[in-house]
Design a protein around this ligand. Structure first.
Ligand code: 9G3
Length: 582
């Protein structure tokens, strides 16, 4: 069994400046990873032990859910990507190469094309379906801006699974089985995660969830409610609308107000001394080829994904300044719905605009706004829809509780694909009537290497990593205060051997370093327990056992060490309880 003096664990006191986030800094400082090139990392022995533990949990749960593991090539013939039309859809992110015969290949960023062509060639009867095939494999995506260490790499390790069914119901069953397996996996790994309803995006198919590890550096914002398990990607979160009572009293006819240079909502609330709720923002968008004016209340933000989905458009974007002038005669900040030719531009509004009764809009004239406008009287709205971003405090669409925001990193993603790939690649099956049908697919990914980083992001303090027991590189660090003292070294070796025989993984720090240096490294590497062997072992037959997570220390009799260590490991977190609980 290896001792620390023989292992490659190059800990650092300082890290390169470009390491911005905790997990990136700690992976480098704890001697777990080294960058070979931008977004490309070597997993050193400690990181590989954690990686293997995560993969073991993934395999157990995937196999339990009926998945069959296989391993596909990374080199994928371009022809397959031409069949699905994706060769031209993806830009420089798709790593391409020519082989010695000048044939084009992609280094696989994902494997829909490959797995579907395999199943096309090997399965064609409904009797052989459903099937769920998965792999754990290196993926290549030439990210424009790799960052955050193992969070966003150009070469990373993914578990990707693909299910093939004969019916939509069958897919629903496989999808649920994968959803449940992911919940077990991320629980067993010790991640604090939420499954959020996400927008299907370009991959197609309806029904998709992202498994998000909650952490501040996450790029995605999650809207979740404290009660129940509702959680949605900000892009997808629906906003419930309940009409509020119309206030009494007539609204006077609208009037022009001189608002020189007042362009933003902020400035307008000050200039007119009104609340943003009184203002109706008029945004002009190009939706595919058509111009649309979208009205949202001044204190809300337009959700472009909802706009795109409303029109089932392929792309949406703010109209150019020239479009605004041509349409309204006014520059940005002063456009509004009153007097617009609805032949030229459709006017739609977010549901909450209906609550604006005595509103303010742009006057379609530079440096002027209109006050006291009333929807219906002064301008018509083609249709109302849920078009705004959910905000903290909104009512949860499921539980009615208050919505809260959290940031997260996507560590898993489950998709219902439908027949998009089976149709394109020709993976069909003969049904019981002998008719040829395209298989119905789902695909399911876990960012295995990213999960290492997410776990560190969620479990660290100023001294280093605090590993969940289940994925710690080792369970216990054994450190003699002074390895030159024979009794201390002998006792350390005996303790290491004893624990090892009992199934507890030990890293024995036999380096001839000062105790302080070894303790600092132990805190950095972050194993769940640290056993310090001092002269007290010879004098009193005790050693000190310290819990990394809480700093709690126990003086333990050597003859009770094994059961005590197991009890303590079981007490640290639920992953330890699962492994070492009685
Ligand atoms: C590409 C490139 C990048 C990509 C893709 C294709 C993301 C791509 C989506 C998926 C969907 C699922 C199976 C496992 C779970 C995720 N980035 N996606 O298809 F060519 Cl360069 O990968 N695939």
């Amino acid at each position: 069994m290896l001792k620390q003096s023989q292992m490659l664990i190059p800990t650092l006191r300082e890290v390169p400046a470009d390491a911005e986030i905790a997990s990136h800094k700690l992976l480098l400082r704890a001697g777990m990873a080294r960058q070979l090139a931008s977004g490309i990392y070597t997993y050193l022995p400690l990181a590989l032990r954690t990686l293997h533990k995560i993969q073991a949990i993934v395999r157990e749960e995937m196999n339990r859910a009926g998945g069959q593991e296989l391993l596909m090539p990374a080199m994928q013939p371009a022809e397959l990507w031409h069949q699905t039309g994706r060769w031209d859809v993806y830009g420089p992110e798709l790593v391409r190469l020519q082989d010695r015969h000048d044939r084009s290949f992609a280094l696989g960023p994902t494997h829909e094309e490959v797995i579907t062509s395999l199943v096309r060639d090997e399965i064609n009867s409904y009797k052989k379906l459903p099937i769920n095939l998965y792999q754990i494999q290196t993926k290549f995506r030439d990210e424009v801006r790799p960052r955050f260490g193992l969070i966003r790499c150009r070469e990373f390790i993914m578990k990707d699974a693909y299910s093939f069914d004969t019916t939509q119901e069958g897919l629903d069953i496989n999808f649920q089985a994968m959803y449940d397996a992911y919940t077990r996996i991320f629980t067993r790994v010790g991640l604090n995660f939420r499954a959020v309803e996400a927008d299907a995006g370009a991959i197609g198919g309806k029904g998709t969830y992202e498994f998000m590890a909650l952490c501040e550096i996450g790029e995605d914002t999650i809207a979740y409610s404290e009660e129940g398990d509702f959680a949605a990607n900000l892009e997808k979160a629906e906003v419930v609308y309940k009409p509020s009572a119309k206030p009494e009293g007539e609204v006077p006819a609208f009037e022009k107000v001189h608002t020189p240079g007042v362009k933003t909502i902020e400035q307008l609330t000050k200039a007119m001394n009104v609340d943003a709720k009184q203002i109706i923002k008029s945004l002009i968008y190009r939706v595919d080829e058509k111009l649309v004016m979208i009205l949202v209340r001044g204190d809300h933000e337009l959700n472009e994904v909802k706009l795109k989905n409303l029109y089932d458009a392929t792309q949406v974007g703010l109209a150019q300044e020239a479009d605004l002038r041509a349409l309204t005669g006014a520059p940005a900040g002063f456009v509004g719905p009153v007097g617009l030719d609805t032949e030229k531009v459709e006017i739609i509004a977010d549901n909450y605009v209906q609550d604006v009764h005595d509103g303010i809009v742009g006057a379609n004239e530079a440096d002027y706004h209109l006050a006291h406008v009333v929807i219906g009287r002064d301008f018509k709205v083609g249709r109302f829809a849920d078009l705004r971003n959910i905000t903290e405090g909104d009512e949860c669409p499921r539980t009615g509780g208050a919505i809260k925001f959290a940031r997260g990193v996507e560590v898993g993603h489950v998709f219902k694909l439908g027949t998009k790939y089976s149709q394109a690649i020709g993976a069909t099956f003969l049904d019981e009537n002998g008719r040829s049908q395209p298989m119905i697919m789902g695909c399911y990914g876990i960012g295995v290497s990213r999960t290492i980083a997410a776990a560190i992001e969620q479990n660290n303090d100023e001294n280093g990593i605090i590993w969940p027991v289940a994925i710690a590189p080792f369970h216990v660090h054994v450190i003699p205060v002074n390895v030159k003292v024979d009794e201390q070294r002998l006792t350390s070796e005996q303790v290491t051997e004893q624990l090892h025989r009992a199934g507890v993984e030990v890293l024995f720090d036999d380096r001839p370093e000062r105790a302080g240096v070894k303790f600092k490294d132990a805190d950095l590497i972050g194993l769940p327990l640290r056993i310090t062997v001092s002269d007290k072992a010879a004098q009193e037959g005790t050693v000190e056992v310290r819990i990394r997570k809480t700093g709690e220390t126990h003086n333990v009799n050597l003859d009770e060490l094994v059961p005590t260590v197991k009890k303590l490991l079981a007490s640290i977190d639920h992953t330890g309880a699962e492994l070492f609980g009685e």
